[in-house]
Design a protein around this ligand. Sequence first.
Ligand code: ADE
Length: 224
Amino acid sequence: MKIDVVTLFPGMVDVPLSDSIVGRARKDKLLKLNFENPRDFTLDKHKTVDNKMYGGGTGMLMMAEPVFKALEKVKKKDSFVVLLSPRGAVFNQKTALSLAKKKHLIFICGHYEGIDDRIGNYADLELSIGDYVLTGGEPAAVAVIDSVTRLLPGVLKKADATVNESFSFNLLEAPQYTRPEVWKDLKVPKVLLSGNHKLIKEWKKDSALEITKKIRPDLLKEDK
Ligand code: ADE
């Protein structure tokens, strides 16, 4: 998959996505990440990308034109453009699965107080990663790109590893354990040591349901 990121701070996205599974996917060319900086599309000598807000308000707003020009450079017929903003629809696993099917994604990251609202006309989807405000769309782009990349064919070794996990079935994952069997007087549940796969499966399902009811009952109600 090809992903372009329009950002004033490419390092905020490039560096966190250089290690571990996504880093390997990039090395293996399963994911090609490219960055376009709106600053490179300015015409004045100060390379101005932001300005004061009409109607007043504190802070600076990114101007539409440099962002638009960066977008124009990379946008193709089959591109899907995602604008990251705290005002967007809240990102979840269902959206990750649908984005993973696209051929080409473009993420637009706002910074400072955001981007001139008119840039929204060029986005197919406005996404937020949660009800809190970040310094910019970049950390949100990292989260979305990470979760999409691990769904791409060939990125994770086990095909079913991506399916059996939290949120895929509206359930949080059952607790998991590794060696040793007893750690600081805390024991691994006996059933997991039994070798009885049917019992283990039932225990995992029951525990997942119990934990979801306790921590995220909203997941059981909503059609995610
Ligand atoms: N930009 C600032 N806050 C954000 C958030 N929560 N999600 C996406 N983009 C953002």
